[in-house]
Design a protein around this ligand. Sequence first.
Ligand code: UT7
Length: 329
Amino acid sequence: MSGSIKAVIRGLGAFIPPNVLTNFDLEKMVDTTDEWILTRTGIRERHIAEKGQKASDLGAEAAREALSNAGLSAADLDLIIVATITPDMFFPSTACNIQNKLGAKCGAFDLAAACSGFPYALSVAEGFICSGMYKNILVVGSEVLSGFIDWKDRSTCVLFGDGAGAAVVCGEKNGERGILASLMGSDGSQADVLKIPGGGSAFPTSEETLKSGLHTLKMQGSDVFKIAVRTMDVAVRDVLQKSGYTLADIDCLIPHQANMRILQAVSERLELPPEKVFINVDRYGNMSSASTVVALYEAVKHGRVKKGDLVVLVAFGGGLTWAATAIRW
Ligand code: UT7
């Protein structure tokens, strides 16, 4: 980004619903085992929202913590962007519902980029801030995936969890810290490998779509696996090149948390030692657009990301989409 304004993450927050669903619980629901889930995915447990708990409920909780950590109030916000593929409803947007819950008075919109949602939204926020249009932007990633999973399909129901994270992104002049570079990518020709096909204008909800289960998530897991590894590897290299750094400069990689084997394969390709790669997929499963922001929140909280560090976020998801952000913390 040109100019002297940098987009800086000034405060982070997270909200994970307390209800835990372990692999052993899943053993009682579908034909699976803790051993299969652990060895194939690295996931031990995930959290599930309460009945009636919406993406805006989780997102607003995370946002309140992020605002408090940033030392700002809702009145200071110029814009709210919510990354989600499990919105409260088609419209009003989940962002409008969060705006109302916080009592903010600003523009608000949702952004759908599946698991790449948080770095996508961060990139959009960076654009608004560096253009000088806005100063303080709330970026939220919030998902209640449990409402969109086929709980009889063992190949998907073991993978996902609910949660939300939020970041308050502010413009700072002439500083060292902040977003150094970001990138967004997509390949709509591969849309079929990961999707929720029903309920939109392609297949409006009907008795037939419900019977066929079109309202639940469908995934061609092994295809997604291979593309994820390849794409995240390239995205990290590209965003580093854009920011003028190399792989050796990375202090902490915050990858989208979908599967431990994907994270290991990406780390190996990038030749990053395990201590430089943040992992929490074992405790939350894949929370789609909430994954990277919750991982960043925890990495900062537990001292894995410190002032001055070079942090790289990278994500990959349905669309297909991918995104990466290089940040001087
Ligand atoms: O956020 C981005 C979106 N998602 C991802 O990035 C996920 C990417 N993909 C993956 O993580 C992996 O592909 C999976 C974890 C989904 C699957 O692992 P895999 O090693 O690719 O297994 P597979 O799909 O090739 O299935 C192997 C076997 C199959 O049985 P057969 O056909 O070999 O007899 C499946 O039916 O494992 C079976 N299987 C299960 N067995 C026990 C699939 N799910 C389960 C299960 N428990 N939960």
